[in-house]
Design a protein around this ligand. Structure first.
Ligand SMILES: NC(=O)c1ccc[n+]([C@@H]2O[C@H](COP(=O)([O-])OP(=O)(O)OC[C@H]3O[C@@H](n4cnc5c(N)ncnc54)[C@H](OP(=O)(O)O)[C@@H]3O)[C@@H](O)[C@H]2O)c1
Length: 322
């Protein structure tokens, strides 16, 4: 089969379309004929050697796929064969990928493979930062950085659906229009003056109840300063680099808390099930949109990375596998 591999870390050009052996499902696993592979910011960090750096090379990138089950391993019901599914599955920039049976989520008929490929990594992250970590509720306010990105657009919609007021940061007017279209009440451009002052001005001087920060180094200071008394900052990414070390002393004045979320932390199975089902239902019933910002062919993985890490994309980036 064909897959996108890299033999050394580096610029997007290290990604090569290569012929590799077809994977064979082991007990408890299925094989998915991939139709769409999700591209995530973390994939660009892996390729650059900033994340998951101990995994041996060459390596096939990717961590999620949508497609059709075409083979099952020992102990797995053959009823899966032919079903449209999505799964968290590593090495998904490929024509075929292996996933454990318990990872499979059946794709609702009205959801395309491309949309499905945006449902798990970014959808689950958005769901857990808004609900599990953020505990966001009606009447509260939330500041979402990188609001027009994959996780950002989903987090906006989930926050609006609980009745929160959403402020989002973006790097361009076009991204701002999209964030507003998906529900953001206020959009702030990074370059337009002091971010903290603008957040305080829009919240009557109080600040926001929750900040969702995936940008890190360049937003950290204003994220902390923008919190209301008893507010909560959830860190979940470092797109601009790692934030400075946390000074606990700085948290006392407003009694705020800082936490972090990682999708790969083992989650209680019931929480996992609830989050996945909630996402599937919201998307199937049209209340949650996976906005496709860039859909390219598998062979164009390097271009997808170039645009994603160059801040040139909005919403979900997907590689289509014909
Ligand atoms: N903790 C977890 O388990 C988990 C899971 C999934 C994703 N994440 C993190 O969540 C974030 C969003 O992921 P995503 O896949 O949805 O990506 P994305 O938001 O679609 O793309 C990243 C965005 O970050 C913003 N950004 C700000 N400073 C940047 C910089 N110096 N370089 C590049 N981008 C910068 C850009 O938006 P603007 O142009 O508007 O600034 C860019 O579009 C990433 O940081 C990712 O690592 C974490």
């Amino acid at each position: 089969m064909k897959a996108i591999r890299y033999h050394e870390v580096g610029a997007p050009e290290v990604l090569r379309l290569e012929e590799v052996p077809e994977p064979i499902p082991a007990p408890g696993e299925v094989r998915i004929r991939v139709r769409a592979a999700g591209v995530n910011f973390a994939d660009t960090e892996r390729r650059r050697g900033l994340y998951d750096a101990r995994v041996p090379l060459p390596r096939i990138l990717g961590s999620e796929a949508a497609g059709v089950v075409d083979a099952v391993g020992p102990g797995v019901s053959t009823a899966w064969v032919g079903r449209r599914v999505v799964a968290l599955a590593s090495a998904s920039y490929a024509e075929q990928v292996i996933a454990p049976e318990h990872e499979l989520l059946e794709l609702p008929e009205r959801v395309s493979f491309e949309e499905g490929a945006g449902l798990l990594v970014q959808g689950l992250t958005a769901w857990h930062i808004v609900h599990t970590m953020g505990q966001l509720s009606a009447g509260q306010s939330v500041l979402i950085h990188a609001a027009a990105g994959g996780v950002g657009l989903l987090a906006i919609q989930l926050a609006k659906s609980v009745g929160a007021r959403v402020l989002g940061t973006v790097s361009s007017e076009a991204k701002g229009r999209l964030a507003r279209e998906l529900g953001a009440d206020e959009v702030l451009l990074y370059g337009d003056g002091d971010l903290t002052e603008r957040v305080l001005a829009r919240t009557g001087g109080r600040g926001v109840d929750l900040v969702l920060d995936s940008v890190g180094a360049s937003t950290w200071k204003s994220s902390l300063e923008s919190l209301a008394p008893f507010g909560h900052l959830v860190a979940y990414g470092n797109a601009s680099g790692a934030p400075p070390p946390l000074e606990v002393e700085a948290l006392y004045a407003k009694s705020v808390k800082v936490s972090a979320y990682w999708l790969r932390t083992p989650h209680p199975p019931e929480l996992n099930r609830r989050a996945r089902e909630a996402l599937r239902t919201e998307v199937a019933e049209g209340r949650l949109q996976v906005r496709l910002g860039l859909v390219l062919e598998l062979a164009q993985a390097a271009e997808a990375h170039r645009q994603l890490e160059g801040r040139g994309t909005v919403g979900k980036v997907v590689l289509r596998v014909p």
